[in-house]
Write a protein that binds this ligand. Structure first.
Ligand code: HEM
Length: 106
């Protein structure tokens, strides 16, 4: 990210969206847990959803750790780089789920 004031709005908007997502996540977590306990069968969609959930949690934890704990590294990778990398599969799985739903699969 560029450190100048003109691009600060990107980080501010990202921060607002990220915390809104965390709030939504905590708010809806009971529904997610209930759904997991109710249906025991591991369908393809369910596995994709579970992987997406894990990656999303990882993305949020890496972002939060980087912001709150300062410059942390795992090997040669900074947590913020890992944070950005994990958004790639999150976006791909999200897109797959979206197109799948639009084709009428559940
Ligand atoms: C699913 C998508 C994403 C989620 C849920 C997410 C979530 C978060 C969270 C919770 C934080 C810490 C809170 C804060 O901003 O202060 C954070 C920080 C950060 N994220 Fe993301 N993020 C996502 C995608 C991205 C992408 C695509 C980029 C860059 C291309 C990015 C770059 C950053 C940076 C640079 C920080 C550190 C901000 C700082 O130090 O002030 N994030 N993210």
């Amino acid at each position: 990210m560029r450190g100048d004031a003109r691009s600060a709005w990107i980080l501010i908007s990202h921060g607002i969206a990220a915390y809104a997502l965390i709030f939504l996540f905590l708010w809806k977590s009971q529904i997610i847990l209930d759904a997991f306990q109710r249906k025991k069968r591991w369908t393809q969609a369910r596995i994709a959803f579970f992987v997406l959930l894990l990656l999303l949690c990882l993305t949020m934890v890496l972002g939060l750790l980087w912001t709150m704990d300062g410059s942390l590294f795992i090997g040669r990778f900074s947590l913020v780089s890992l944070h950005i990398y994990t958004t790639v599969p999150v976006t791909l799985i999200d897109y797959m789920q979206y197109t799948r739903r639009n084709r009428g699969h559940r």
